[in-house]
Design a protein around this ligand. Sequence first.
Ligand SMILES: [Zn+2]
Length: 261
Amino acid sequence: MPIFENTFIAVYVLVLLFIFGTIFASFIACTAGRVLAGVDWVHGHSHCDTCGHELAIGDLFPIVSYIALKGKCRYCGARVPISCLFTEVLLGVAFVLTAVANPYIDAVLLRNLALEVILLGISLTDIWQHKITNGFLFAAIAVYILTEPFMPNLTSYALDGVVASVGISAVLLIASTIMEKAVKKTIIGGADLKLFAVMFLFTGLWNGLFMLILTCLSGLIGMLVSRKKKIALAPFISGATVFVLLVGDYFVNSYLTLIGG
Ligand SMILES: [Zn+2]
């Protein structure tokens, strides 16, 4: 179903997507925290990290609760990190941009939205504890398998993803192993390599290479700006993946036309 045929429907869908984005961000941040803490993430109630008080429905509305409670816990007054608000707005905006880039309510849209939720979870666990859990990677693979039959140009699409995943990952593994031998330092962690391999399934070959370049450039800038020798790579892989899934075809096609003459 096209989104932008009618202004009312367009505004309605985009507002709804923004709200869903903020809700999913708050859900996945909570899940990521529980996965790292090794507690049951399916059951159990949300609680304040400082005083442990169980949170009521009124405390759990994304953005609205944060502003209404002025970024503090209602029970103990402890500050809720501003990063909570930031991730909620971030995913809300990402959901809206995803619909703008692919203005149809179809499998491609659903796949991209689901992947963005998982990537936010992966980025948070990597930022918090330098961990990328297999559970999130399996969730991404499940999204790939479940949505693949509904993709346009199925056969070439699926083949492209698998070739990219195996091919680029193998080259990446060999290159990083050789470089590690040379400089005696870890270049790309094993978990990052796994994340790359899963993301190449979604991007395919050309967009995968584009994503790799974007990750390296943005990661390098991130290292320079933060002045740290080791940074969490998952947020950069995630950002680059979402970027190429939304607008990568445009850049890749322009490039291929350029070198094709
Ligand atoms: Zn509290």
